[in-house]
Structure formats: structure tokens, C-alpha cells
Design a binder for this molecule. Structure first.
Ligand SMILES: Nc1ncnc2c1ncn2[C@@H]1O[C@H](COP(=O)(O)OP(=O)(O)OP(=O)(O)O)[C@@H](O)[C@H]1O
Ligand SMILES: [Mg+2]
Length: 373
């Protein structure tokens, strides 16, 4: 699926940039260009990796670099991409996100202490990984705490700082380098996918929200508070499991099961009771894990998660949004990352539907645009 458009009408100044999301089941790309302070959508596309691995569309794959290069080249051609200037996402599965607490110290000390602390979390030699970290800002709003606990106003600040630690194995970066070079791209950064999605689907506000990213092999859950990642959890079940369960239990071929899932899903038109039951059973499992993660967070920090934002191809399942709305007390919405871009009005309905799948690719392209400024 690729829709190039306005190649000839739009000739805005500024460089076009490409956001690339190499998922386990498909590659997603988005090309943007800045015009009048806006991110203009130039082209986007998606390509299933299954066929490159000799398996069905929608299945998670584990392809060697050459195959990924081949697929990415095909997609770039199909979508009429016109730029080499790119950023690529790193999947959550190939990184390690930890939330650690350290004694309060200055930046310089932290730079020495964090790698030492990080060793506890990393099963490989520290020389084989790349580290990054963010200090999680302390609550500014101490007033409500004061009210709640009745504690005196002049209590010393907490003597510790919370840190988000990010660890990426150097092999992962080397693979991405090889892929970028193999396609002839000018790749200036790699970013773990959640930070891309945060940019494209979360509005910076004070509330705690959850991103629910349902991919092929797994569903990733993240809690974001005041624009900062506060928790992350992987549910080892994704949309592929629904297809396989339909095939296994009802005797459909995997390709037919995938088709049934994608076309009707559990929308009201689904008149096969068994199909409905199997899909719902799988979603129930993922939703109850989600509810568990939410309440653990809410208890720990004494905060409410005010919204669940659905992303990933699995969230496109017809009827999933409605089911989620009946299962959670919280507001549930589909991620709409294209709303951060400017596109021809006639495309808007299509983009809204495809949106959840492109959250990562758009987030990458938006960062790349900022870099161009
Ligand atoms: N319209 C649709 N309806 C239902 N399911 C869909 C639809 N489109 C895609 N999917 C499912 O979504 C999954 C792919 O989602 P996505 O593209 O987000 O995963 P990925 O990024 O490749 O994988 P991961 O993030 O796990 O590495 C597949 O299992 C596919 O069957
Ligand atoms: Mg993905």
C-alpha cells in the first residue's frame, strides 16, 4: 500500500525527510517536508515482510539484513520516495528500558555512576551496549501532596532522583547502519519506537496516558506522564496470535484467517459466532494484562491514567475500539498521528483509519524535520 501524491503540485522549500519503522511484520515509511511551519505529508507506505520470509502477510518475521534491504528498497520505489535523509526506529524488543532510582547527585557524577548501576540490569558486557538516560523531573505540584498528607511545607526535597535508563545492544545499531547504508540512505539518528509514538500521538499535558501498541508478535504498553515515559510493559501476545488461533481452531488457512480478521473482525457484521469468540478471547487476555498494568501504575503513583491511545496494526481490527471501550473505565481513542501533518482534505478519512499503524514512522519523520530546522 503506497499513495504518492502531489509530486508535481507541491514544490515547497526545505528538505524532505523520511521516517522508517521496521516492524517484525511490516515496514512503514512516511515522507514529510516543512512548509510554512507545517509538516506536509508527501508520501507514505507500508510493505508486509511475510512474503520476504516465505510466510504469510501479517506474520512476525526475523529476516537477515539483505532481505530487509530488499524490502525497504521495494517500498521506497513503490511509494516514490524522493529523499535520502532519514531516521530509523529501534523496536522496543531490541532495547532495554529500566526505571531506576539513584541518590541525588550532579550530572557529572551521574555520568560515572549510571554505567556502574546499569551493569546490574545488563546481561552482557557494558562495552557491548550503548547507554542513554533521562532524569525524570520531580513533581512541581507539591501543593496537593501537602494538602493530602498535611506535611509541613519546609520538608527537605527527596534525596533521590528517578532515571529512565535506555540500553541498546551495539549489534542492533550495527544492523540498522548496515540497512541504512544498503539502501543508500543518509540516516542521522535511531530512536526507540516509543519515543517516536509519543511525539506523534500524545499531546503534551499533565495527565497520565497509556499507549497501547498492538503489533504482530506482541503488545507493548507504555505509561506517559507530562510527556515523560514512566512505565513500559510487554504482553507476549499480538495480532498474529488471533490469526493463528482462528486458523488452528476453525480450520481456515492462515491467509484466510488473516483476511477474515482484517475485513470483518468483530464488527457487528461478523455473523460467525466462533470467529467472534476466538478473537474476543484473545483480546480479553491482552486487555486484562493492560488493566493489570494500569492499576499497578495507578496504585504506585496514586494517579489516574486518563486515556488509552491505541496504536499498531493490531489496533485496526474492526470492533476492537468498541470492545476496549466496554472493558476500560478510561477514555479509549485510536492514535491519529497524521493529524500532526498537513495532507489534502480528500485523504483525511483514509489517513485517520490507517493512522494507528503509522504512529512510529510519523514520529521519526517529525523528529527528522525538527533536526532540519
Ligand atoms: N486492518 C487490520 N485489521 C486487523 N489486524 C490488522 C490490520 N492490519 C494489520 N493488522 C495486524 O497487525 C499486525 C501488524 O501490526 P504492526 O504493523 O503494528 O506490527 P509490527 O510493527 O510489524 O510488529 P511489531 O511492532 O510487533 O514488531 C499484524 O499481525 C496484522 O495482522
Ligand atoms: Mg511495530
Amino acid at each position: 500500500m503506497a499513495i504518492p501524491f502531489f509530486q508535481n503540485f507541491f514544490k515547497p522549500k526545505g528538505q524532505s525527510v523520511l521516517g522508517i519503522d521496521i516492524g517484525s511484520s511490516s515496514i512503514k515509511i512516511v515522507q514529510l517536508r516543512k512548509k510554512g511551519g507545517k509538516a506536509v505529508l508527501e508520501t507514505y507506505g507500508e510493505l508486509a515482510l511475510g512474503p520476504y520470509a516465505g510466510t504469510e502477510i501479517g506474520r512476525a518475521t526475523n529476516l537477515p539484513n539483505e532481505k530487509i534491504i530488499e524490502a525497504l528498497n521495494d517500498l521506497i520505489k513503490e511509494a516514490n520516495v524522493t529523499t535520502k535523509s532519514a531516521g530509523i526506529s529501534i523496536s522496543t524488543g531490541s532495547s532495554l528500558l529500566s526505571f531506576i532510582r539513584m541518590p541525588d547527585m550532579d550530572q557529572k557524577q551521574l555520568a560515572t555512576m549510571i554505567p556502574i548501576e546499569a551493569r546490574k540490569y545488563i546481561p552482557v558486557p557494558i562495552t557491548e551496549v550503548t547507554l542513554d538516560w533521562w532524569i525524570i523531573p520531580k513533581e512541581e505540584n507539591t501543593f496537593s501532596d501537602f494538602e493530602k498528607t498535611g506535611a509541613p511545607d519546609n520538608l527537605p526535597k527527596e534525596k533521590s532522583i528517578d532515571i529512565l535508563l535506555v540500553v541498546i545492544h551495539n549489534d542492533v545499531l550495527n544492523h540498522l547502519n548496515t540497512i541504512g547504508a544498503g539502501v543508500g540512505l543518509n540516516t542521522s539518528f535511531y530512536e526507540i519506537e516509543i519515543f517516536s509514538s509519543m511525539r506523534s500521538v500524545v499531546d503534551q499535558n499533565l495527565e497520565s496516558v497509556m499507549i497501547f501498541d498492538m503489533g504482530a508478535g506482541s503488545t507493548e504498553l507504555y505509561v506517559i506522564e507530562r510527556g515523560i515515559l514512566r512505565a513500559s510493559h510487554t504482553v507476549n501476545r499480538g495480532s498474529q496470535e488471533i490469526t493463528l488461533a482462528l486458523s488452528r481452531s476453525l480450520g481456515f488457512s492462515v491467509a484466510d484467517a488473516e483476511h477474515i480478521k482484517r475485513t470483518i473482525g468483530i464488527s457487528p457484521e461478523q455473523d460467525n459466532k466462533n470467529v467472534r469468540e476466538i478473537i474476543t478471547l484473545n483480546l480479553d487476555y491482552i486487555f486484562s494484562e493492560t488493566a493489570r498494568v494500569m492499576s499497578a501504575y495507578e496504585r504506585k503513583y496514586n494517579k489516574n491514567i486518563s486515556k488509552i491511545i491505541l496504536t499498531g496494526g493490531g489496533s485496526l481490527l474492526k470492533g476492537l475500539l468498541d470492545l476496549a471501550r466496554t472493558r476500560f473505565q478510561t477514555e479509549v481513542v485510536l492514535g491519529d498521528p497524521f493529524s500532526k501533518t498537513t495532507a489534502p482534505a480528500f485523504l483525511e478519512p483514509v489517513l485517520r483509519i490507517a493512522g494507528p499503524e503509522f504512529a512510529v514512522a510519523i514520529g521519526i519523520a517529525l523528529r527528522k524535520l525538527q533536526e532540519e530546522e
